[in-house]
Design a protein around this ligand. Structure first.
Ligand code: KG4
Ligand code: ZN
Length: 366
């Protein structure tokens, strides 16, 4: 079964064709990073306008690269939640129109749940040349989902059947990377810039606090971000009223890389501590990481070191936003649930992942 996945929830316009939930036939991502970089973050209206320009060319390229015509496509899967409303509307409207035009079943996909399914892609068609895991994860599966908007630990018992074990009570970890990067004057997006700067820094130079959160598997990152701000102000000799946007001018290159490394170490340790606890309590058969922060090498290193299980990681290109993950999850949604009539598909900008578990509303299982 070939599924066309479409993703436009934030600042990437993406389309991909995935066969049987695991074989990637094409993977097209148009990133708007350059457009938003000058503002230091995503501007929703600008993002939506760029999606409108790019959505059709990106979908056509995904079909071409896959060597497919519309006759070859069995279903369309599209991100409908969560995300920026204007961005989501562009992708879902395109998907609804194409579903009607070509008579294809349509499956709405939850973006955060889909991030996990990047780990299910184990085969690819040339000239794609990604370093893929050797086999699909098995259930029960512990997923650490870490993106710009989410930090969650989720236990999957099966496709569409999962339980949220813990989540952040304030900032997502990716958001903390982005905000700390701004304090240090590192370029947007902050995650990759901090990771790169940290390579040159001393991760033990600054002692930053690790949040202790009520609830075994919950996280908190806003305290860490504020601790970095206060420590930087102290280090450069200004008081706590000094505006954070003027700090980068006062921070030396040495301080910048040492703060990046010290922050990254604590942020990652916080995630790995909770993942380790969940692993010990639930004994999952496999562990996966998902979302943009899953591209972080320090996270991969610490997790592999601490958990007594072999973890296979999805390639970086499938950790940040893409449509391959939408097409992969779309296959399982198509196998286990009924399609949504195109006219009924609405976007939901804020929707918790657990509200979408579809195992309980299964129409048939094979
Ligand atoms: O999943 P994603 O592409 O978009 C959302 O759905 O949020 O995640 C984006 C987040 C950003 O906060 C970005 O700074 C972070 O992922 N990120 C990283 C790395 N690459 C991207 N964080 C840490 N290390 C990285 N290498
Ligand atoms: Zn994402």
């Amino acid at each position: 079964m070939k599924v066309l996945g479409i993703e436009s929830s934030c600042d990437e316009t993406a389309a991909a064709v995935v066969e049987d939930g695991k074989r990637l036939l094409s993977n097209v991502v148009h990133s708007q990073i350059d457009i938003h970089a000058e503002y230091g973050g995503v501007v929703p209206e600008v993002a939506a306008r760029s999606h409108i320009e790019m959505i059709n060319p990106v979908i056509n390229k995904a079909l071409d690269d896959a060597g497919c015509t519309w006759d070859d496509i069995d279903a369309i899967a599209v991100t409908y939640a969560p995300g920026l409303i204007g961005s989501l509307l562009v992708g879902t409207l395109a998907a609804r129109t194409l579903a009607v035009l070509h008579g294809k079943p349509l499956y709405p996909i939850h973006h955060v749940e889909a991030h996990v399914y990047a780990n299910f892609i184990t085969e690819q068609q040339s000239p794609l040349d990604l370093t893929l895991p050797s086999k699909q994860p098995t259930f029960p599966m512990l997923a650490l989902i870490v993106s710009g908007g989410h930090s969650q630990l989720v236990l999957f018992r099966d496709h569409g059947d999962y339980e949220l074990l813990g989540q952040t009570g304030d900032d997502a970890v990716g958001e903390a990377f982005d905000k700390v990067a701004k304090i240090l004057g590192l370029p947007y997006p902050g995650g990759p810039s901090i990771a790169k700067a940290a390579l040159e820094g001393d991760a033990y130079k600054y002692q930053l606090p690790k949040a202790r959160v009520q609830g075994s598997y919950d996280f908190s990152f806003s305290g860490l971000k504020t601790a970095v701000l206060r420590a930087v102000q102290r280090e450069v000799g200004v008081d706590f009223t000094y505006p954070s946007h003027q700090l980068p001018e006062l921070v030396s290159e040495r301080q910048r890389v040492d703060f990046a490394a010290s922050f990254q170490r604590i942020a990652i340790e916080t995630l790995v501590d909770k993942a380790e606890k969940a692993f010990q309590d639930f004994h999952p058969d496999s562990v996966v990481i998902a979302g943009g922060v899953a591209a972080n090498q320090e996270l991969r290193r610490q997790l592999s070191e601490r958990l007594p299980i072999t973890i296979e990681y999805a390639p970086m290109q499938l950790c940040t936003d893409n449509a391959a993950m939408i097409g992969a999850l779309g296959y399982y949604a198509a196998r286990h649930s009924a399609p949504t009539p195109p006219q009924d598909l609405e976007v939901i900008p804020s929707l918790s992942m657990t509200k979408t578990a579809w195992k309980s509303v299964v129409k048939e299982t094979t």
